[in-house]
Design a protein around this ligand. Structure first.
Ligand code: IPD
Length: 274
């Protein structure tokens, strides 16, 4: 079996380098622009860091393909083929980054034959490095991590995101879904919204949270899910579509949980956005 060790180490190195840039910029003045809407922010750091990651990896692996959040925003076609493809979110949690809220991460995944074999999520602000390689387990700062194994929705710490849409109908569904798990009958221990999809998934992987979902076309992309999904499954967790079907990283929907039973309970309670 082909190993992707060289790619894994290159990804860790470039994530650290990206993290250094993000950390410096985090406490400096930022130039902020909007992309698809007034709530879809981008800074010069997002673009600079993505360019640095792509040029560094391209030099090492010239035949590989690339998908990057900011390249896509600039109009590049997002196409996942069987060719080794790096999937990059240079600054996940850009709104957090803009406001100095320390849940910000660089996310780098390598997909081969449309299967993720390497996943790195690095929060340089808090210095949490989450890593995984297919079949080799998941780690935080070099120590193995595992999901909680929780099966009971009533003992669950649930993580969700509100997304970027402010459309009233979309918000009704988003808040309705939260309410489904935050009410008198279906009591979870609590719900958390961190504003950083990749770190949401890593919380589930490390057992700090029990489940996370994000549904719909209003913000989440393959770069928000690819690395995190591998980290969750390598930590013993389950990743599926929010409908309960198989996970498709190009679908803009993800549900991950510490157990299949918990994932199914949540999928059954969710109203889909699209
Ligand atoms: C966003 C964050 C946020 C999620 C959005 C994403 P970005 O990523 O992960 O938590 O709710 O849907 O787009 O734009 O900051 O890289």
């Amino acid at each position: 079996m082909e190993t992707w060790d060289e790619c894994f180490h290159a990804a860790v190195d470039v994530a650290r380098k990206a993290g250094e840039e993000i950390k410096v910029a985090f406490s400096s003045e930022k130039r902020i622009q909007t992309k698809s809407s007034a709530t879809d922010l981008v800074t010069e750091t997002d673009v600079k860091v993505e360019n640095m990651i792509i040029s560094t990896l391209k030099e090492k692996f010239p035949t590989h393909s690339f998908i990057g959040e900011e390249s896509a925003a600039a109009g590049e076609k997002v196409e996942l083929t069987d060719n080794p493809t790096w999937i990059i979110d240079p600054v996940d949690g850009t709104t957090n980054f803009v406001h100095g809220f320390p849940f910000v991460a660089v996310s780098i995944a390598l997909s081969v034959n449309k299967k993720v074999v390497v996943g790195i999520v690095y929060n340089a602000i808090l210095d949490y490095m989450f890593t995984a390689q297919l079949g080799k387990g998941a780690f935080m700062n070099g120590k193995p991590i595992h999901v909680s194994g929780q099966e009971d929705i009533k003992k669950t710490l649930l993580i969700a995101e509100l997304g970027k849409s402010r459309d009233a109908k979309v918000l009704d569904i988003i808040f309705g879904n939260l309410r489904e798990f935050y009410n008198e009958e279906n009591i979870t221990h609590g719900c958390r919204i961190l504003g950083c999809a990749t770190l949401d998934m890593c919380q589930v992987a490390s057992g700090a949270g029990d489940a996370y979902y994000m549904s719909g076309k209003y913000g989440i992309g393959v770069w928000d899910m690819a690395a995190g999904a591998l980290i969750v499954t390598e930590a013993g967790g389950v990743v599926m579509d929010t409908t309960g079907g198989p996970f498709d990283m190009m679908s803009r929907r993800v549900l991950c949980a510490s157990s299949e039973k918990l994932a199914r309970t949540i999928a059954e309670g969710l109203t889909q956005l699209d």
